[in-house]
Design a protein around this ligand. Structure first.
Ligand code: GS8
Length: 216
């Protein structure tokens, strides 16, 4: 049986998993979960994901949730094919990939996900927008991106001179941010901008982003 991803093509966390699968040249099937009708909160789905979120990966009798963990699993499972996303054979490089995977998750994601919610998701669903949250997270994300700017001035990618899962994990939220006025956070930092243009033009993400239509 092949891999099954339960999710929605427009969702950032699903897009992260799909991008990793395509980079790894893995076969998969996307099983749509209808968030609008609350399918993710029904018992059948909660049996796969106890927190009732997307995505979930099923690989035979193994069920995984948390998009970054799924992307790492896929990178290990297909270590001999596709892009080497974790630098498994090089301890030093693998250590640095681990660091920048954590930076994305702990520093970058909290700020950018709050911004994308306010700037893209809330308006798309007619929910209220909170300017104070936009301001706080613009400042937070700017500080994180100052660190990225310095890092990327001496390394082509975050973990070194190779594309890795650390870079890939940034793609979906940044894609939506770039459709807003806050794209300037990326564009006004030349090394961050060059990095973004490079990673977002990889064929795997170009394919996935064709179905990311949140906010029109
Ligand atoms: C977050 C999953 C998540 O927020 C991960 O998989 O990386 N840390 C987790 N999923 C959202 C869609 S964002 O693409 C979701 O399922 N939202 C619906 C809900 O929480 O009810």
């Amino acid at each position: 049986m092949g891999l099954k991803v339960y999710g929605a093509a427009m969702s950032t966390c699903t897009a992260r998993v799909l991008t990793a699968l395509i980079e790894k040249e893995a076969e998969y099937e996307l099983v749509p979960v209808n968030l609008a009708v609350g399918e993710h909160k029904q018992p059948a789905y909660l049996a796969k994901h106890p927190f009732g979120q997307i995505p979930v990966l099923e690989d035979d009798d193994l069920t995984l949730f948390e998009s970054r963990a799924i992307a790492a699993y896929v990178s290990y499972k297909y270590k001999t094919q596709g892009t080497d996303l974790l630098r498994i054979g090089n301890l030093k490089e693998a250590g640095l990939v681990g660091v920048w995977i954590e930076v994305e998750s702990q520093q970058f994601n909290p700020a950018i996900s709050a911004l994308v919610y306010q700037l893209v998701i809330a308006p798309a669903f007619g929910r209220p927008v909170d300017q104070a949250i936009i301001d706080t997270n613009t400042e937070k994300l700017g500080k994180v991106l100052d660190v990225y700017e310095a890092r990327l001035s001496s390394n082509k990618y975050l973990a070194g001179d190779f594309f890795s899962l650390a870079d890939l994990n940034h793609l979906p939220y940044t894609y939506y941010l770039m459709k807003t006025g806050s794209a300037s956070l990326i564009n006004e930092r030349p090394h961050v901008k060059a990095w973004w243009e490079d990673i977002s033009s990889r064929p795997a993400f170009v394919k996935v982003s064709e179905n990311m239509n949140l906010g029109g």
